[in-house]
Design a protein around this ligand. Structure first.
Ligand SMILES: CC/C=C\CCC/C=C/C(=O)SCCNC(=O)CCNC(=O)[C@H](O)C(C)(C)COP(=O)(O)OP(=O)(O)OC[C@H]1O[C@@H](n2cnc3c(N)ncnc32)[C@H](O)[C@@H]1OP(=O)(O)O
Length: 303
C-alpha cells in the first residue's frame, strides 16, 4: 500500500431525492426489465483524462464518464490504474481531481452495478470500490478535490479521501452521504472517513438523515474547505497545491499516515467480510426493491 512508502521522500507526491423510500417488504422478482436495460454509457473512450504538468509535478485527473461520472466497475478499474501510475511516478507529487461533466462531480456508485446483478458480480464491484478508497485515502501524493458539481454518496466519499476540498459556490450543487435515502447503508469505512472529516456528532446526524448539503452548508460543517466561483476552481486548486507542496514530502506523508492509518488498517483487516456483508445486504429483495424505486424516481424526475 502507498502509505508503506511514507518514509520514502519523493523529490519532486433532492435533498436530491429527499423522499424516503419504502423498504422492509419482501418482494421477489423486483428487477423490472425496463430498469435492468437502463441506458448505460458503453463507450470505450477513456473515462479518466490525465494532464501532467511536469514542471509543477502536478496532474489533473478529469473524470469523464458521461452522463454523471457514476462509479461503475469499468470506471473504478480505469481510475485505480491511472492513480497507481501517478503514485509510482516520483515526479508526480500532487493530483487535482475534477469532473469533465457539467453540473456533476460524481453521482456516486453506479446504481446499475448494484441492481439485478449476481452475487459474484456484486462482490467484484465492491472490491473495486474498496480499492479506489484504499488507493486514494492512502496516497502519498497531495490530492485536492476540485468539486465542480454535485457529489452525492460515493462522490462525496471520493471527495473526502482528498487532502483538501474546494467546491464551486453554486447553490444548485449538493454533497453528502445520502445512502439512507436509497434504503441502503453507508458501510463503516464510509462512516469513519466522514467522522475523520467532520466529527462524530455531525456524521451521526448526516448519515441517519442521508443529508445532502449545499456548498455553503458543507463549508459550515467542514465537509469542504473552500468555496469559489466555478470558473476559478482549477486556479484555486493549483494555488492551494503549491502551498501544500512547499511542505517537505516525508514530514507531510508521515503525518497523513498517522491521521489515516487506523481507518485504513481496519478495512485492510476486514476486506473479505466487508465484501460478504455488502453482497448479502445488496442482493436482498427489499434492498433491490428500494434501489429499483430509486432508479425509477431518477428517471421520472427527468421526464
Ligand atoms: C453494506 C453496505 C451496503 C451498501 C453500500 C452502498 C453504498 C452506496 C453508495 C452510493 O454511491 S449509491 C449512489 C447514490 N447516488 C445518488 O443518489 C445520486 C443519484 N443521482 C442524482 O441525484 C442526479 O443524477 C445528479 C447526480 C444530481 C445529476 O442530476 P442531473 O439532473 O444532471 O442528471 P439526471 O438525474 O438526469 O441523471 C442522468 C442519467 O444518469 C442516471 N444516474 C444518475 N445517477 C446515477 C447513479 N448513481 N448510478 C447510475 N445511474 C445514475 C440517471 O438515472 C439518468 O439516466 P437516464 O439518462 O438513463 O434517465
Amino acid at each position: 500500500m502507498a502509505l508503506r512508502g511514507a518514509f520514502r521522500t519523493r523529490c519532486g507526491l433532492l435533498s436530491l431525492l429527499s423522499q424516503r423510500l419504502p423498504h422492509g417488504n419482501h418482494v421477489r422478482g423486483c428487477v423490472s426489465p425496463f430498469l435492468s436495460t437502463h441506458r448505460r454509457n458503453n463507450s470505450t473512450a477513456p473515462k479518466i483524462k490525465v494532464d501532467f504538468d511536469q514542471t509543477a509535478g502536478v496532474s489533473i485527473m478529469t473524470l469523464q464518464n458521461p452522463p454523471v461520472n457514476s462509479l461503475s466497475l469499468d470506471f473504478l478499474t480505469e481510475f485505480c490504474s491511472a492513480l497507481e501510475k501517478l503514485e509510482m511516478d516520483k515526479s508526480c507529487r500532487g493530483v487535482i481531481l475534477t469532473s469533465g461533466q457539467p453540473k456533476v462531480f460524481s453521482a456516486g456508485l453506479d446504481i446499475m452495478e448494484m441492481y439485478g446483478k449476481s452475487p459474484e458480480r456484486c462482490g467484484e464491484f465492491w472490491r473495486a470500490v474498496q480499492e479506489m478508497w484504499l488507493k486514494l485515502y492512502s496516497s502519498n501524493m497531495v490530492i485536492i478535490a476540485a468539486i465542480n458539481g454535485s457529489s452525492p454518496a460515493g462522490g462525496c466519499l471520493m471527495s473526502m479521501t482528498c487532502d483538501y476540498r474546494i467546491m464551486a459556490d453554486n447553490p444548485r450543487y449538493s454533497i453528502g452521504l445520502n445512502e439512507t435515502q436509497l434504503g441502503i447503508v453507508a458501510p463503516f469505512w464510509f462512516k469513519e472517513t466522514m467522522v475523520n472529516t467532520v466529527g462524530h456528532r455531525t456524521t451521526e446526524i448526516a448519515l441517519q438523515l442521508g443529508q445532502l448539503y449545499s456548498p455553503t452548508e458543507a463549508l459550515d460543517i467542514g465537509l469542504v474547505d473552500k468555496l469559489v466561483p466555478e470558473d476559478q476552481i482549477i486556479t484555486t486548486a493549483t494555488q492551494t497545491m503549491t502551498k501544500w507542496l512547499a511542505v517537505p514530502d516525508h514530514a507531510r506523508q508521515i503525518t497523513k499516515s498517522m491521521m489515516r492509518k487506523p481507518t485504513i488498517d481496519k478495512l485492510m483487516s476486514k476486506r473479505e467480510p466487508d465484501i460478504q456483508n455488502f453482497v448479502s445486504f445488496i442482493t436482498k429483495d427489499p434492498i433491490q426493491k428500494s434501489l429499483g424505486l430509486y432508479l425509477a424516481m431518477l428517471k421520472k424526475r427527468k421526464s
